[in-house]
Structure formats: C-alpha cells, structure tokens
Design a protein around this ligand. Structure first.
Ligand code: GSH
Length: 205
C-alpha cells in the first residue's frame, strides 16, 4: 500500500487526502509534526531529502513530492482525471497557477496569522504583502471561474482539488473572498461534490 506523510491543518496535505477520500483509494496516512521539526529529522530526511510534506511513498518504495504531483498520481485512472488532452493541459495550467500565484501567498499569510500567531507583529509587513498578492491571484481565478462550473472543461477534477486546497483557507490568512463571487460559488460546488470531507476530518493525528 502507498504511504502518505502529511501534517495537520495543511492545505497542501489536504489535496491528496481529498483525492483519496473521493476516489476510495486506500493509503497509509502518517502524520508529521512540522512545528516540532519532525520533517527535518534525519529519519524523515532519509525518506524525503527536501524535508517537506505531503510526501508519498508508493507500495514499490518510490518517493513522490509536491502536493499537486501527488494528487495527480492518485487521481490517475479515476473520474477526477480530465479525460481529454486539452482538459488535462488546463488542469496542469491551473495547478501551476495555484503553486505560483495562490499557495505562496495564502499559505504564509495564514501560517503567521492562524498557525503561528505569535509571529504576527514581527511579520506584519510580509503578511500585508502576501495578502495583497493573494488578492491579485484570486482576482485572476475569479475571472476564470466566471460562467464556469469548475476549473477545467472536464467538470470536477483534480485541478479543482489543487486550487481549492489553499483558496478555501484564505480567510484564515486574513485574505477576504468578498470581492470574488465566482470563487465563492465554485467553492460551494466543490463542497457539495460526493464524498467531500473537510480538512479537519481528513487530516487527523
Ligand atoms: N510546494 C510544496 C510545498 C510543501 C510545503 O510547503 N510543505 C510544508 C507544510 S505545508 C512543509 O513541509 N514544511 C516543513 C519544512 O519545510 O520544513 C507542495 O505543494 O507540496
């Protein structure tokens, strides 16, 4: 069986966990305490030299990093994988967008306000910059989602899960979705997909 190393409360770890839930695929789940430095211990670095989670080790012992790559691998052969070459390329397009315009801004803003609020004062200028960049990223996503049901032409797919991972946690980073009505409507559709479960239900110690 595959093994997924993850950490609690992480939007990145949530993505493969939601794919597993919605495909019914079985996987061993191993929680790692990032704040306690567990991912930087020699034991974990021997598994993933980059020291990051989520990290998947297949039943054959092959390691795979990056949340969107792991989600993609787990979605292969399921209805979550777009069926056409064009829709798969659209999925890749928006999964790269998520990793360059959304996650790098929402995740640290949320980390220093929600996960580690003691750092909020010291990182105030950075947080403001991340929040502003996140708003710009979400505005682009909102434009894309206007008049669309889901991220690609395939319907609900692994790309929705990847983009949803941090977008639905934006408010916890002080990033309001009030100006992004299409994003809000899309999030409600993701929430209503069969088998959906929230981050607190899927990522447990
Ligand atoms: N781009 C990576 C980011 C992974 C990442 O930042 N993981 C964080 C937790 S959400 C982590 O492992 N941090 C611990 C560390 O870097 O020491 C992905 O999408 O998986």
């Amino acid at each position: 069986m595959d093994t997924l190393y993850f950490t609690l409360g992480s939007g990145n770890s949530f993505k493969p966990a939601l794919v597993l839930r919605q495909t019914g695929r079985r996987c061993r789940m191993l929680p790692m305490d990032v704040l306690a430095g567990q991912t930087r211990q020699p034991e974990f670095l021997a598994i993933n030299p980059r020291g990051q989670v989520p990290y998947l080790v297949t039943s054959d012992g092959v390691g795979l990093g990056e949340s969107n790559a792991i989600a993609w691998y787990l979605a292969e052969g399921t209805p979550l994988m777009p069926a056409t070459a064009l829709a798969r390329a659209q999925a890749v397009q928006w999964m790269i967008y998520e990793q360059t315009a959304l996650e790098p801004n929402i995740s640290p803003a949320r980390f220093f306000t929600h996960i580690l609020p003691g750092e909020r004062e010291r990182r105030a200028a950075d947080i403001a910059r991340w929040q502003q960049a996140a708003q710009a990223g979400l505005a682009e996503l909102d434009r894309h989602l206007q008049g669309r049901e889901f991220v690609t032409d395939h319907g609900y797919s692994v790309a929705d899960i990847a983009v949803y991972g941090y977008t639905h946690l934006a408010a916890e980073g002080g990033v309001s979705l009030a100006a992004h009505a299409a994003v809000q409507g899309w999030m409600a559709r993701v929430l209503a997909t069969p088998g959906y479960a929230g981050i607190g239900e899927l990522l447990v110690a």
